[in-house]
Design a protein around this ligand. Structure first.
Ligand code: 5GP
Ligand code: MG
Length: 199
């Protein structure tokens, strides 16, 4: 696996530092949101109205680290979207694979994904979630590619890193289902990509 890596774009220490900072930012914003909800009432400060919705499978590792930075009562409801079948390195459009979490009405929802590229994945999930009338929706991504062609406008309020328009793997991101367990965000060698395609 490691010999397929051409270079490390973002190393594990840098990721960890940024995830901690994102956690602090999210915690402060969500606590403020909950205080507004509770204004005039003496309800407990965290009544379980925060729901994190990670998009499988890419957001798995990021979300696991991120939610452990949040000292809030929250629940996790996963959603599966497929957009990169097999050995493709370009988006083929987003499709919901499986059930959408229900009962998001009145909740403060944080949608988490590994990367914002064309925007189709997050755009689809955001639309479906908003139909349930949540109290608020926030989008949090580990990576964003500012130079990629956006097929759908998505406003990610929390972004770990802006990266060049290159195909990356590691820390949850895959190529052909593999490399998610690389601890750093990496660029693969051309030959590893060609090899998987049998070229
Ligand atoms: P979008 O729908 O915004 O085009 O793409 C989002 C999804 O495409 C992400 O959840 C991710 O699975 C995949 N994706 C986009 N860019 C990359 C990349 O550079 N590397 C990997 N591994 N997946 C990517
Ligand atoms: Mg994904």
């Amino acid at each position: 696996m490691v010999r397929d890596v051409l270079s490390i774009l973002i190393d594990r220490e840098k990721i960890a530092g940024r995830v901690r900072a994102l956690g602090r930012e999210l915690a402060a914003d969500l606590e403020a949101e909950l205080r507004r909800d509770n204004a005039g009432r003496d309800a407990a400060e965290d009544a379980g109205r925060v729901v994190f919705v990670p998009i499988l499978t890419g957001a798995l590792i990021f979300t696991a680290d991120l939610v452990r930075e949040l000292p809030l009562k929250l629940s996790l409801r996963v959603v599966a979207v497929s957009s990169y079948p097999g050995t493709s390195v370009e988006s083929k459009g987003a499709k919901l694979a499986g059930e959408l979490p229900r009962d998001l009405a009145g909740k403060h929802v944080v949608v988490v994904d590994d990367i914002l590229d064309s925007g189709q994945t997050l755009g689809l999930v955001e639309d479906l979630i908003r139909m349930q009338k949540p109290a608020s929706v926030r989008v949090c991504v580990l990576l964003r590619k500012p130079e990629s062609v956006r097929k759908r406008a998505v406003e990610a309020r929390y972004v770990g890193f802006d990266i060049p328009n290159e195909f990356v793997v590691g820390y949850g991101l895959d190529f052909d289902g593999f490399y998610r367990n690389l601890p750093d965000i990496c660029v693969l060698k051309d030959e590893a990509i060609r090899g998987a395609r049998g070229q």
